[in-house]
Design a protein around this ligand. Structure first.
Ligand code: BGC
Length: 367
């Protein structure tokens, strides 16, 4: 009897011990590794999300390996392969190219790595989840902000005989978000196009969402149109600010309404100065913890909640098979009227950045 009890006790200790070892990752007690793979750090938000996710993951006891691919699709895949070789168990990817990244992600998943597509879709069923914001709504809010600035609906200036000349500036063609954003923009714009009160005079996409590319694109459009443009539906703050440089050179900054997204520090400063018309607030302080909590649950084999199934066909508009689990956080329009309440008071952007170059007398009180 007694030896039986001893045996059971020894066995229980062995079970608990092996569970502890598993929780610590590899035998030997090392921490479980999680990889973060970023397309670039040129857009303000990604560096912030790197810092935030690293902190949250480390607080949960993970070791974090983070890499940035400087817009290089092949480099991003090599970096992912390399992180898998280093033994990561989880991977959070901000893909430069949602189709190309599938190759590395499928290999990672086949090696047992849990993958989350962060903010941008990766076109494969090998991802455990796709976490983002409501990108279609981003596009709607951008177009709505610009149309409102034009006085639409109900404008007496913009009519069938004198339609407003609108430029469409899409994001990076390899980022599925750019497609979703455009879908939302067109939902708002198409009725005005059909009515004949606006006309699209240029429709282009900005490689890498790069501000310098956007500036060059706008310079060419202005030349081709003899500076006769009335509004720009641009897809993020970075590209909008590049385009504003081109507009400013022709004395059009602040005269031609233009949209963006991300509520970046520079974008909000431009809004306060009356140059950028509208941005869209996507609170990364909510998205990053969601990704980290979900990764933690996936790695512990715990149930993951809050996801909904979407077909790849619906998400991409392409003829792709299969479906994935996704979650989209809500977004909010930012204009001169609410930037203080929404962005500054919430601490999303620092007061001094948003009101840079604004005379003290014209600034609201420091929150
Ligand atoms: C993101 C935007 C960002 C853009 C450029 C998109 O995928 O959703 O927030 O501005 O990439 O980095």
């Amino acid at each position: 009897m007694k030896s039986n009890r001893v045996l059971i006790a020894i066995f229980s200790l062995m079970v608990i011990g092996s569970m502890l070892l598993a929780a610590c990752g590899a035998a030997g007690g090392g921490k479980i590794k999680v990889g973060l793979s970023f397309s670039d750090f040129a857009t303000e938000r990604w560096k912030n999300e790197d810092t935030l996710m690293r902190k949250l993951l480390e607080e949960k006891g993970y070791e974090v390996i983070s890499q940035e691919a400087n817009h290089d699709v092949k480099l991003q895949n090599d970096q992912i392969d390399n992180m898998v070789a280093q033994g990561i168990k989880g991977l959070i990817v901000i893909a430069e190219d949602g189709a190309a990244a599938a190759t590395a992600v499928e290999k990672a998943a086949a090696a047992g790595v849990k993958v989350i597509a962060y903010d941008r879709l990766i076109k494969t069923q090998s991802i455990s989840a796709y976490l983002s914001f409501d990108n279609v709504e981003v596009g709607r809010q951008e177009a709505l902000g610009v149309m409102t600035a034009l006085g639409l609906p109900g404008s007496t200036t913009w009519t069938k005989d004198n339609p407003a000349k609108v430029v469409l500036s899409g994001g990076s063609p390899t980022d599925n978000n750019a497609v979703l954003v455009r879908q939302g923009q067109m939902e708002i714009l198409q009725p005005y196009i059909d009515e004949g009160v606006i006309t699209i005079v240029a429709d282009q996409w900005v490689d890498n969402w790069d501000a310098a590319n956007a500036q060059r694109m706008m310079e060419n459009i202005l030349t081709a149109q003899n500076n006769q443009i009335d509004a720009v539906v641009a897809s993020n703050d970075g590209t909008a600010l590049g385009e504003l440089q081109a507009l400013a050179a022709q004395g059009l900054a602040g005269k031609v309404p233009i949209s963006g997204q991300d509520a970046t520090a520079d974008g909000c400063n431009s809004i306060v100065k009356g140059e950028q018309t509208v941005s869209v607030y996507k609170d990364i302080r909510l998205l990053s913890p969601k990704a980290v909590d979900m990764m933690d649950a996936l790695l512990k084999g715990e149930p993951v909640t809050g996801l909904q199934e979407y077909t790849l066909k619906v998400l991409t508009g392409e003829d792709l098979e299969g479906s994935i689990q996704a979650l989209f956080l809500p977004v909010e329009q930012v204009t001169k009227d609410n930037v203080y309440e929404l962005i500054v008071k919430s601490g999303f952007q620092p007061y001094d950045d948003v009101y840079r170059d604004i005379p003290d007398a014209d600034r609201p009180p420091k929150p």
